[in-house]
Design a protein. Sequence first.
Lengths: 563, 301, 323
Amino acid sequence: MLVIKDLAVKFPSRFGEFTAIEDVDMTIKPGEIHGLVGESGAGKSTVGAAVIGLLSAPGYIANGELSLGDTNLRNLTPDQAHEIRGDRISMIFQDPQTSLNPLMTIEDQLIETIQAHSNVSDSAARKRAVDLLEEIGIKNAAERIKAYPHQFSGGMRQRVVIALAICTDPELIIADEPTTALDVAVQSQVLDLIRRLARDRQIAFMLITHDIGVIAQIADRVTVMRKGKVMETGDTPQVLGAPTHPYTQALMDAVPPLDHRIARFRVPEEEGTAGVVTGNTAEKWLLEGQQYALTGLTLQDLCVRFAGPRTSLFRKPEPYVALRDVNLDVRPGSIMGLVGESGSGKSTLAKAITGLITPSSGVMRLGDEILPAGKARSRHHPSRQLVQMVFQDPYSSLNSRHRIGAILTEPLWFYGFVQDAKERERLAAAMLELVGMAPDAIDKYPHQFSGGQRQRIAVARALLARPRFLICDEPTSALDVSIQAEILNLLKDLQSMFGLTILFISHNLAVVRQMADDTAVLRNGVIEEMGATEDLFARPKADYTQTLLSLTPVMPREWQSAG
Amino acid sequence: MVAFLKRYEGLWLFVHSPAAIIAAIVAVLIMIGAVFAPWIAQVNPYDLSSFSLFDGLLPPVWQEGANPQYLLGTDDQGRDMISSILYGARLSLIIGLAALTIAAVLGVGLGLAAGYYGGRFDAIVMRIADVQLALPAILTALLIDGIARGILPASMQQDLRVAVLTLAIALSLWVNFARTARASTFVQMNKEYVQAAIMMGQRPSRVMFVHILPNILGPLLVIMTVDLASAILLEATLSFLGIGLPADSPSLGTLIRIGMQFLLSGEWWILWIPTLFLVALVVSINILGDFLRDVFNPRLR
Amino acid sequence: MVYFILKRLVQSVFVMLAVAFLAFSLFRFVGDPITQMTGVETSVADQERLREELGLNDPFIFQFMRFTTDMLQGDFGFSYRTRQPVAEMITDRIPATLELGIVALLISLAVGIPAGVYTALRPKGFATQAILMTTLVGVSIPTFVIGIMLIFVFGVQLGWLPTFGRGGTVQIGGWESSLFTIEGWRALLLPAITLGVYQLTLTMRLVRAEMMEVMRSDYIRFAMARGVPMRKLHYRHALANTMVPVITIIGLQFGGVIAFSIVTESVFQWPGMGLLFLESIRFVDIPVMGVYLVVIAFFFVLVNLIVDLLYVAIDPRLRVKDV
């Protein structure tokens, strides 16, 4: 049993000590899956690192008790701590692509780990490794064990990682976002596996995640953290179903439900309201710019092929088909949701529309005009202004060497909207207010803002081009759930205010359900199903959509707040 | 003050790095000495009438038989060592900086464009870089020097020595810049701010120089510092091999070559003082380069 | 995998062709070969006849093709200065330079890799800081100064080691080696150290940087979390993964070693290719310069092909296909 009491971890820095976590209490019983949930900066990974003794330098445990069974984890010498790692505590990392040594076979890595903690012969260790792989669901293990990590798919690799973590029969496993990098179907298999291991082998799991759906699905107990402190802890149904702490309540309010649509997210102390005075100027300016009425987009038999990897001098490389015969009709003034897992071709579609890549065939129409493809689209084509994009990663979508003012005024002079430099700055400041930011942000640089604030700035930049068609490519997937709620609210407001047509791309079904009027489901470059959002979610026709909907972790309806 | 330093992390690190401070002081002192050599130095080593053989081979002041007028002694021609070194450092720095500028402009331009356009243009630039890599810096420099000897009439050779030397060094250094700029540009090309700029329909030159360039300056600055040191070393080496600058307009390398003749005799200062000077200059620049690398790549700290 | 190697082979051929072209242009355009080959007393008509005989009036591309074919058959032309066949002059000198370069490279690896590993694993230690500072000074001292200092200390002051020439050499086949006599080794020591110091510092810094990068990777942290013994962790996991980029750079460095041997050979009067090249530059002996270029580029390309093969051996991702 893991017992944590009053745990505090500090990081000394040149500006004094930074307290990462404080007063953390937690117990995890054998066989218990204990969810540790919180937004970025909550310190949840620090708790895990402190338990396994791998705090990144210069962090140290400043206070508290830490014990596993009758072993006091704080009293160990570095050598003793290393003995315990693997033997009694192990860990699963987020990304199976990078957690395995690429130069060693699975077999070598397993045998090495087994022999590190028990004195067994090679052949005995090998037998144990093969049995374990079989148990974990890798077929033909005796043969597959000779393979290198890169020969396994992502989901299989995560199984291998889990096999490595449990091959020494540890009492406790710290799983740090174990399914975040995986697709829904694989995620559900891995979660099943974790549940089975906890039940059959009585392994205690500390499941660190930001995904409340995952917690709801498999955690027995849950601890909610925020800014290094524990907000609330208890049995999962109690904490998620009847939260007592206001933070947990707000968090639950921000989680988009999968099974129904809510008008707006309830956000505490909503910053997202438009500024009264100057925000109006921006609003007026934008409304003035609607020379076209609502603008839709149609795609006809759009195909995108990439040259595949060349494997022979003599054969032509097999082309890789990213999009196959995609037909899509985004109605003017509506939001079209595009759902798909990683590699389904959603981003390729966005790039084809914006002209960053050239489709191999098919026709794109913006309004009534044909949209020239890729390189054929001149730099001065009107669509360059009418179509704007909000990107996924707010940390890379703003040029970090440019002032916010420079970033925001660029579209104004570039498209020739406003000639006077002072006027441009004024309008940019007004637009900042419209998206819920203080206008003095204009003199700062992107790194001075949080992810959510940057995403607001990115939205402002897109609006300053007076677009009629907005592409949002996973605009909230890099953000915490409470920030996501704010940005989604903002996008909804702006859409209704200016009659924008939006293509909303996301891997998150629940988010799409909240945002989109119509939804299309994309898989391996093919549209599996398309229709009105409510219909599609209530009565999915394609098998794939049904599977997706059934495997996405959700909270039981009775836990959800009224919304 | 703390808030200020917090904002400018590099400055904070600088204030707390004694090695970097000392290196900066040494480098700046030498550079000032080099820039103002014509006003500081008491003798013009290029002007035969300003010194005399009678003052030849005087040791530095702390040794017996010295003339206090010549603090670090004189060489066999009677030239004041300090003056020779200041003028030599001046020449070394001029050549180094000029070569660096040419290499940086050429390399960064090609690297940026290769990273931006990719495809065939990139392949061509990189193949040329491959060829350049197969012929290491010193070889390229020697080769260009050799070609210049073959092509230029003898009368012009002396006048164009500095230009040829600069060009030779520049051509041997551009690959560094090109490869670094290209690699960094590739990284930036996948960043969404660049895609946003391209989508808007901005001119390629604007995307490259206004958007991408400021974001890849960090690694380029490091290369620039390290390559300034390389350029100075290369110049010294070429001059030492006797194919750099002639003895009547000595750079630091030439001074060392001249000093070699005194390796076995007692006049150690003619060899070792310019050597010490050269090493001090290059070490300081390299320490600064190392420091910059740490600033831009905090994970190596 | 086969494709990977073939691609590299094609690239190497391209590099060799480009260098051959460079050498040919040198020969053809830097000075007039005819005036170089003939004396002042040769009449204009004779010169013209010679020009025609040598095919110098043929179209450029034919001349280049002939030049390349000749080279492939081992015909490298004649030196302007000594009138000897260039092939002979160069092959006589190759053993000296190669032995010097390889020993220097081995010194730099034997010291540089362990030092790099040590300083990466103990980044805060006093010894690490001292080593880092020393190497920084090491890269800042010109090779020739290091040579002079070594000569001064070990040759002049202490008188322990010879300061020029190759000492005793033994003929093995056509190869004149100094690796089989004590005298030869004594003579080799100072030049090899001189040449190796710069490479050593580069190798060390590179290994250190890569090792630190690898030590932060997920798979090392995961191996830590599984309690893999530290020694295995450092060498079997971390160092092995470090080797992939390190080998590339070492391949690139080999060219540098050969090139910098020009300086070392000049300081120690080592009778290798570099010294020959220096002399040929002084006398604008274009054929020798050109052939030297081609030979250097050939070594460079060869070493880098070997590096590519090593890659395949080390990295299963290049060897085994995805399943």
